[in-house]
Design a protein around this ligand. Structure first.
Ligand code: FRU
Length: 446
């Protein structure tokens, strides 16, 4: 049977389970997106780094395995991490996860590649400082003057979410500097931290807080989510000082473990896992019958404009556009890969893919609501946000992944949805005319 859910421009594995994006980097002009991969099964029992490469972040080539859990200090998983390009080489920073007699021990490790093909693990490793439990993982590295800073997601022995800091002058020896950020907002563990400065000087810390006690192997519920905090890195005290409270990076159903990188066009690009969901939802994902689960979000450009963080799809997505049409009321989507744009401050309801996804805005309570039919329960579930002044909407839909950008990227809703590929009916209840594009085409190397 042909797979009716296969995405065209969202990265997804051809087999097994994908989770976090890892080691996002541009090397010799090519984009490298590594990812957490179980290539053997659609569960979380095994983790290695898989790799996709691309010259435009739209057409991806699946390279396969890049880092395997084949050493004593990563034998139970090559966990998440980041990458940099330095001196003509790619440096990968990852967490080696081990469990001996059920006891977890984590190591922060490095692998180096000179050709972008072979990644050689280095012998040095960072052991967890005593103030933390072994939930210490997901290193992110950047350069500050002549030295390198590494932040790592952590849990203190008092069971508090935290982020640790290490500094190195040679990318080999890392010296622990203390806790760069902790706050009750980080719950009991912080996964996948990232820090970056935008061209206008805005500094952003992204975090994935979760509720979890240190003797627990899995978190209590699906409490974890991805947020961002605007603030200042104090380079003297080596502490991140928030100037604003934590906000969600994505208002939708499916977005977790985001990571950013800077490309050679000077863009800060972020992509996330689509997504962390309940074990049951994962088990019932319709792609299970095709031997794989999950995808990454589109790469999004992050900017800060008029006091607001914005995320917008990379402009390369425009190359997929064809068959531009102006539509209203009732219409057919050209394919299961499409884009819809319109400006409005009015009420509307938009029914997509034969009512599998319903998007609406209510002027009385100012609520913007995204409803999707859950693939497990077949019932509608929703996510909403109060938007005092709606201005515009852009929907980028792949076969089974949709991202909705509001007000030039000020709010984003990401979601997976699953329906037959003949479910192409759409209805718009409202006064506007919508611009519709076909984004379909064979772009994905499977
Ligand atoms: C986040 C995460 C990371 C970890 C990885 C393991 O989804 O739990 O903290 O490194 O996944 O696959």
């Amino acid at each position: 049977m042909k797979n009716p859910y296969m995405n065209y421009f969202h990265i997804e594995p051809n087999k097994g389970l994908l989770n976090d994006p890892n080691g996002l980097v541009q090397f010799q002009g090519k984009y490298y997106f590594f990812y957490q991969w179980n290539r053997f099964a659609t569960n979380h029992d095994y983790k290695e780094w898989g790799l996709f490469t691309s010259s435009d972040m739209i057409h991806w080539e699946s390279i396969g395995s890049a880092l395997l859990p084949d050493s004593f200090d990563d034998k139970d998983g090559v966990y998440s991490g980041s990458a940099i390009e330095n001196d003509g080489k790619i440096f990968l920073f990852y967490t080696g996860n081990t469990k001996i007699n059920g006891n977890r021990k984590s190591y922060q490790k490095t692998a180096i590649s000179t050709d972008g093909k072979t990644f050689v693990k280095q012998k040095e490793s960072i052991e967890t400082p005593v103030v933390f439990s072994e939930h210490h993982r997901d290193p992110k590295v950047w350069k500050v003057g002549d030295v390198w800073w590494m932040i790592v997601g952590a849990q203190t022995v008092e069971n508090e979410g935290a982020i640790s800091l290490f500094i190195s002058s040679d990318l080999k020896t890392w010296v622990y500097q203390g806790i760069v950020y902790t706050d009750p907002i980080l719950d009991q563990m912080c996964e996948c931290p990232d820090y970056f400065k935008l061209v206008d000087g805005t500094e952003i810390l992204t975090v994935c807080p979760q509720k979890r006690s240190h003797y627990q192997e899995s978190d209590i519920d699906i409490s974890s989510y991805a947020g961002y905090i605007i603030g200042k890195m104090n380079y003297e005290s080596k502490r991140f000082e928030p100037t604003e409270s934590l906000k969600l990076l994505d208002e939708g159903f499916d977005f977790y473990a985001p990571q950013s990188f800077l490309d050679n066009k000077g863009r800060r690009i972020v992509t996330g896992w689509m997504s962390r969901m309940s074990e049951k939802q994962e088990a019932y994902l319709p792609t299970q019958s095709f031997g794989y689960v999950h995808c990454l979000t589109l790469p999004r450009v992050v900017t800060f404009e008029h006091g607001k963080l914005k995320q917008n799809p990379i402009e390369e997505i425009h190359q997929l556009r064809s068959d531009k049409q102006m539509v209203k009321h009732s219409f057919n989507l050209p394919t299961a890969q499409f884009e819809i744009e319109f400006s409005t401050s009015n009420e509307f309801q938009l029914f997509l893919r034969d009512k599998n996804v319903i998007i609406s805005y209510n002027l009385t309570n100012k609520m913007f609501v995204v409803c999707r039919k859950d693939w497990m329960t077949e019932k509608y579930d929703n996510r909403s946000k109060k938007i005092n002044k709606l201005r515009n909407i852009r929907i980028i839909a792949d076969t089974s992944a949709m991202e909705i950008f509001l007000n030039d990227g000020e709010f984003v809703f990401s979601l997976r949805y699953f329906t037959t590929n003949t479910a192409l009916g759409a209805i718009f209840v409202g006064e506007n005319t919508l611009t519709l594009y076909n984004l379909g085409g064979s772009t994905h190397d499977k």
